[in-house]
Write a protein that binds this ligand. Structure first.
Ligand SMILES: NC(=O)c1ccc[n+]([C@@H]2O[C@H](COP(=O)([O-])OP(=O)(O)OC[C@H]3O[C@@H](n4cnc5c(N)ncnc54)[C@H](O)[C@@H]3O)[C@@H](O)[C@H]2O)c1
Length: 464
């Protein structure tokens, strides 16, 4: 779907008019293309004294593919001063805050970022690393580490021109599991993700850096529900780009589009209504018989039937809960059950990604049914994560905000325009933004991330 306002303000006269009137000018976001390096320019890495991650971070950042000549960024160097947008502007500012043990130490954030933040490039990145407050060594340290969240979310809101900010909370002992998340946060793959707190814990069994970060899903099989169009179709394409064989699932009425997609990406099509009686058995049988199991399950199929509660009939309530939540529970349970082969259909090291929504976090007028179903998915990933960790399986959710699809095209104009602009990016996201987040969570390298909800909403003002 075309954002006409963004197109208009990207042109010379449109940009001038927007500037004169003080209107927002949504940046054209840089997105990943195959072969594009993780870093688009120089990076500055530093840390508060005593930080346990500063050393490993310097090494890691220096090893990442970069478009900048020479190494990825000299730790502690000031970065190139000057206005953002200059050719030598800093691509990313990375700060290890794990050494901050009390509120006085928070001054290190100001000392590092104040002189550098204005030299951040368009679509630049700010990444702060901390310790989960519950793992801190005492109250004072917990206070200081919790403070990082307010800092990073505010930085995300202050940044302009498509730049983003993230906080990665790394549990003690999980230092080796940071790379996958750091790559995502620093790269153009996270174009529409900002103001997020990602917790990296002890990696599940079998977590390993992929041999090829451009094809992390090589040799793996994925299933994507609701794959015929919208976000699901782009998730299927993105997982195939990353090397997976993708089973594209959608209702029988969408068979044409589904087969076309499956053919194009070298996967197969499964026409199935996930709410039908026995759908879980049909899916399990298909995956076992054709693929010997599955490695990645993306629950993407979803519907809306909006009405305020007093006007919502029971059919609207039931259909939304059935597709968005009950079917997801049933399919997931079945794929985790031990089958005739003596093994579950979801193989060891599997990845489950649910598609929640910011409505499930913040609530929304006319969406009691939808928000309940999407909040239920958050409950599912949080409750299931510790149960399946022993099998090397992770389970997470993405929570899209306003994404340009047929679903949002159907929203009335005024509400649609408000939804597009009420975020730090001043624009709607693209389906590929959700797909990149799903691909990151699906990676074998992301085993330290489980039970979490990653918002893909351009730091929407709705919700926390
Ligand atoms: N578009 C957004 O802004 C947005 C925001 C938040 C969350 N989401 C979520 O993202 C997911 C995809 O959204 P979208 O905008 O691409 O929607 P969409 O309507 O374009 O696509 C949804 C797909 O799911 C399929 N589907 C519906 N019921 C099914 C069933 N019973 N069995 C199998 N397939 C079924 C549909 O046929 C369709 O192909 C949904 O879960 C939605 O709730 C979307």
């Amino acid at each position: 779907m075309v954002d006409r306002y963004q197109k208009m303000t990207a042109s010379g006269p449109g940009a001038l008019l927007a500037r004169r009137l003080g209107l927002p000018r949504p940046e054209i976001l840089e997105r990943h293309r195959p072969g594009r390096p993780v870093l688009s320019g120089p990076v500055v890495v530093d840390g508060a004294e005593g930080g346990r991650l500063t050393g490993p971070l310097r090494e890691l950042v220096a090893s990442l593919p970069s478009a900048a000549s020479g190494s990825a960024g000299s730790p502690g160097s000031p970065g190139s001063p000057g206005s953002s947008g200059s050719r030598n502007a800093t691509a990313a500012l990375v700060f290890d805050a794990t050494g901050i043990t009390g509120s006085g130490g928070l001054r290190a954030l100001h000392d590092f970022f104040h002189p550098r933040i204005r030299s951040l490039a368009p679509c630049g990145r700010v990444v702060v690393l901390g310790t989960p407050p519950e793992a801190a060594g005492g109250v004072r340290q917990a206070v200081a580490q919790r403070a990082l969240e307010g800092f990073v979310r505010s930085v995300g809101k202050e940044l302009r021109r498509g730049a983003t900010a993230h906080l990665l909370l790394v549990a003690p002992g999980a230092e080796d599991a940071v790379e996958s998340t750091l790559r995502f946060a620093l790269s153009a793959r996270s174009a529409y993700v900002s103001g997020q707190v990602v917790r990296i814990g002890q990696p599940v069994k079998g977590t390993a850096a992929p041999a090829d970060w451009e094809r992390p899903l090589e040799g793996r099989t994925a299933v994507v529900t609701g794959a015929a169009r919208g976000i699901g179709a782009v998730v299927a394409e993105t997982l195939a780009r990353d090397g997976a064989t993708v089973v594209c699932l959608d209702v029988p009425g969408q068979g044409g589009e589904l087969r076309e997609l499956a053919g194009r990406i070298g996967g197969d099509a499964l026409e199935l209504d996930i709410t039908a009686d026995g759908a879980d058995g049909v899916l399990a049988e298909h995956l076992s018989a054709r693929h010997g199991g599955v490695d990645v399950v993306v629950h993407n199929a979803g519907i809306t039937r909006d009405k305020t509660l007093g006007r919502m009939d029971a059919a609207k309530w039931d259909s939304v809960v059935a597709v968005n939540l009950t079917a997801v529970e049933r399919l997931t349970e079945r794929l985790l059950e031990t089958g005739d082969s003596g093994r579950p259909v979801l193989r060891e090291g599997g990845r489950i990604v649910c598609t929640s929504s910011i409505s499930g976090i913040a609530g929304n007028v006319g969406q009691t049914n939808y928000a309940a179903s999407k909040a239920g998915l958050i409950g599912l990933v949080q409750a299931l994560a510790p149960v399946v960790a022993g099998r090397g399986v992770t389970v997470n959710a993405v929570a899209p905000g306003f994404i340009e699809t047929r679903m949002t095209a159907a929203v009335p104009l005024f509400v649609r325009e408000a939804g597009r602009r009420m975020n730090s990016m001043k624009q709607g996201g693209q389906p590929v933004d959700v797909a990149e987040a799903v691909a990151y969570l699906a990676s074998p390298g992301s085993g330290g991330v489980s039970g979490q909800v990653l918002r893909v909403c351009g730091q929407s003002l709705l919700g926390a």
